[in-house]
Design a binder for this molecule. Structure first.
Ligand code: ADP
Ligand code: MG
Length: 231
């Protein structure tokens, strides 16, 4: 029991740290952006400095992208104030894909979606569902060092559920390890936390859904999420 308390403490500290780090990154970014805007104003109407102007514009665009990513993570790491909303999960999925896009390209991974039309909404905490998508897609990408495809299929299933299946082409998970997945701090990665799937399981449980893992060695892994459609 003491062990459990220690772990839950560690968990809340991790969340606070993430929010804190995101916040600390925002301030210097704002100052960088301010000075770049001043420099850009300096180059206006100065034909000799047209190249500088071009570079500054690229830097500003890249800063905006960093800002966007950091603010997404700040939203995600905010403490649990539950705001339940009716949402189409596909919209949430697309927001997450926009965040992970660059990382996927760098790893030579294609993120493919197969989405059924006219899906009903679900009642959910949007940031938590986004967190689940991020955790699962990051695991899939981390499992695929040789690149390849990750398929995300979203369908209405069993009449009253939305099913989200994420399939990767990674090495797969041996059966004895499959049982341990989702245990707090279970990780096989040098820099892993072993928290991602524990948090994801908890979130899906809170939404009265289910999450399961199927895997075949040498072929890949499928994470299956089922979320109830609102009545
Ligand atoms: P972390 O990613 O920090 O290790 P997670 O809770 O996200 O923690 O995952 C726990 C473990 O489950 C991983 O270390 C890995 O061994 C295994 N795992 C999860 N997803 C996959 C996957 N798609 N392919 C192979 N192994 C996976
Ligand atoms: Mg993970």
């Amino acid at each position: 029991n003491e062990e459990m308390i220690r772990r839950s403490e560690k968990l809340s500290v991790v969340g606070q740290l993430a929010a804190g780090v995101a916040h600390e990154i925002r301030n210097p970014l704002t100052s960088l952006k301010g000075f770049l805007q001043l420099m850009k104003a300096d180059t206006e109407n100065n034909e000799a400095r047209y190249k500088d102007k071009e570079y500054i514009e690229i830097m500003l665009a890249e800063l905006n992208r960093i800002n966007f990513i950091v603010s997404e993570f700040m939203v995600l790491s905010k403490p649990q104030e539950l705001h339940v909303q009716n949402k189409n999960v596909v919209l949430l999925l697309k927001e997450v894909l926009a965040i992970l896009d660059t990382q996927a390209i760098l790893k030579n991974i294609r993120l493919l979606t197969e989405i059924q039309g006219n899906l009903p909404t679900i009642s959910c905490e949007p940031n938590q569902i986004k967190q689940v998508f991020i955790n699962i897609l990051k695991n899939a990408m981390e499992a695929m060092n040789a690149g390849g495809e990750i398929t995300i299929a979203v369908t209405q299933c069993e009449e009253r559920y939305i099913c989200i299946d994420v399939t990767d082409q990674g090495p797969g998970i041996p059966e004895d390890r499959l049982k341990k997945i989702g245990e707090p701090f279970y990780t096989t990665k040098e820099k892993g936390t072993g928290l991602g799937l524990m948090v994801s399981n908890k979130i899906i449980q809170n939404h009265k859904g289910t999450i399961s893992y199927e895997s075949e060695i040498g072929k890949g892994t499928t994470v299956k999420i089922k979320l109830p459609i609102m009545q």
